[in-house]
Write a protein that binds this ligand. Structure first.
Ligand SMILES: Cc1cc2nc3c(=O)[nH]c(=O)nc-3n(C[C@H](O)[C@H](O)[C@H](O)COP(=O)(O)OP(=O)(O)OC[C@H]3O[C@@H](n4cnc5c(N)ncnc54)[C@H](O)[C@@H]3O)c2cc1C
Length: 465
């Protein structure tokens, strides 16, 4: 059977895995779908892995179940998904990548078995994750993240019921409130924890942001819509309380009955896989206080053959993600000899201009919505939920001389549970930096190790078959 036949068979559902592909794309969000579609247009064999059940990623989650698309976001997603489906890329949903070897061998688990493939090039489009917002009582049943509630809304149409509170800061909080209200959900109130002076901080970036005024306009409309329907309480201190489950929240000491509390403190690049690849360097973003992989204009990392596109390279939003996916695929095509450097540059030029426009509001938004200060997290708050390590214990470890997250892990077990720091990482790192009185860039983050996701012995054994 030729490689082309194998490819057709895989698309038709028999799903054998070729031994080798030109390009492996991690993630079928906007960046991954666009990268795969562009790469196929230049004749590359492409394998796309995503642990979700359908293409779309976070923003276009389950978009194919909402056809015909009604709003602009769903229209964007439906277009990307249709082009991706028609591209001839081999797409494996329900496939969780857990290791990348230096020579481009990639391992993943799918339907209870581990599999592997060798790829000439990788484009990692793993998206973003929500920054945790640890408050006293956030481990009680009845407290979850805004992102989790949005997944329930997008995949199952579930809207919150009872005394529902949203708390924290960031655009996604307002967007979710709009989406939930539009679906008939009720919200008791929003606790706005954002530091005052947002507009003053963001104002120097206004002129640049106005290159894509629709983002600012949309944000204003969301806030106006929500504020008309829901009470918004600016506050500094928030606690969740209840006996065995959430019963009330304390907002600057004032109690409010609560059945559900949804927390949010912005999103950060998902660097779980990139940080585990030896030699792949990351830089510190002092405004959004997060790590992101060091990339050139094409998405190349410091490791030859490994590229990053979309929000996992820096938060830019869905349209910028799709454009960066296409740009990375053009560079992959050049590196694999499928297109010339001139062709790459000619095709990428207009995409770059479009991407610059999409990214124009970023500095404004980043200054407007800075992450909440970790120094303010009370000592009794659990930071690492898997190992139940509090902020106070992390601060004690710093007082004993721990300088970074990995040392603190050895002292406290923070980050040692099944999530391997995926959830608590930014909070533990931020508490250490604040306790030491230094910038986050001076504190080493949790070192991630392959397998980056839990893997059973049974799955691993399948590799030998
Ligand atoms: C919880 C959450 C909700 C968001 N909601 C919105 C929204 O409603 N509107 C909006 O404009 N922006 C939203 N964003 C921001 C949004 O994610 C992006 O701007 C956009 O989706 C980025 O596209 P992407 O392709 O880079 O990543 P994503 O769309 O996130 O796609 C990444 C994909 O990679 C997959 N993946 C990651 N790691 C692995 C692995 N190890 N193995 C297999 N698959 C993996 C994921 O399953 C996912 O499908 C949200 C972000 C988060 C974190």
């Amino acid at each position: 059977m030729s490689v082309a036949d194998e490819w057709t068979a895989a698309k038709d559902g028999a799903a054998p895995v070729a031994e080798k592909v030109d390009l492996l794309v991690l993630g079928a969000g906007p960046a991954g779908m666009a990268a795969a579609t562009e790469a196929r247009a230049h004749g590359m064999s492409v394998l796309v892995l995503d642990e979700n059940a359908a293409p779309g990623g976070q923003v276009h989650r389950a978009v194919e179940a909402r056809l015909p698309a009604k709003d602009d976001q769903d229209k964007d997603g439906a277009k990307l998904a249709a082009a991706f489906r028609a591209s001839g890329a081999q797409y494996r949903p329900g496939a969780t990548l857990w290791a990348v070897e230096p020579e481009g061998k990639v391992f993943w688990s799918e339907a209870g078995a581990a599999r592997s493939v060798r790829a000439e090039r990788l484009i990692l489009c793993a998206g973003a994750t929500e920054r945790p917002l640890p408050i006293p009582g956030w481990t009680l049943p009845g407290v979850m993240s805004v992102g989790a509630a949005q997944i329930a809304l997008k995949t199952s149409g579930l809207v919150p019921e009872g005394a529902v509170w949203l708390a924290g800061q960031g655009p996604l909080l307002w967007l979710y409130a709009v989406q939930a209200l539009a679906k008939g959900g009720r919200i008791a109130g929003i606790v706005d924890l954002s530091p005052p002076g947002g507009l003053r901080r963001a104002q120097p970036h206004l002129l640049r942001a106005l290159k894509a005024p629709e983002y600012l306009w949309r944000g204003l409309v969301w806030q106006r819509q929500v504020k008309r329907a829901v009470q918004v309480i600016p506050a500094r201190d928030l606690r969740a309380e209840g006996e065995g489950r959430l019963a009330r929240i304390l907002v600057d000491g004032v109690a409010h009955p609560a059945d559900l509390l949804l927390l949010h403190d912005g999103v950060v690049p998902n660097t779980q896989v990139t940080r585990a690849i030896a030699g792949l360097t990351h830089g510190w973003d002092p405004v959004q206080r997060c790590w992101r992989p060091g990339l050139d204009l094409w998405g190349n990392t410091a490791v030859p053959g490994v590229m990053v596109a979309g929000d996992s390279g820096g938060i830019g939003g869905a349209r910028a993600a799709a454009l960066s996916g296409r740009i990375a695929a053009l560079e992959a095509g050049r590196a694999l000899g499928r297109i010339t450097t001139d062709e790459r540059d000619g095709r990428a030029g207009p995409l770059r201009l479009l991407r610059d426009r999409q990214l124009a509001p970023r500095l404004f938004l980043d200054a407007m919505f800075p992450p909440l200060p970790e120094a303010a997290i009370p000592d009794e708050t659990v930071l690492c939920r898997c190992e139940e390590v509090t902020a106070g214990r992390v601060r004690q470890a710093v007082a004993l001389g721990c300088l970074g997250a990995n040392q603190t892990k050895a002292f406290t077990r923070a980050g040692m549970g099944p999530c391997q720091g995926r959830i608590c990482g930014p909070a533990v790192h931020g508490v250490i930096a604040a306790a030491r009185g230094v910038q986050g860039g001076e504190v080493d983050p949790f070192r991630t190790r392959f397998p980056t996701k839990p893997l059973t012995l049974g799955e691993l054994a399948a590799l030998a078959g």
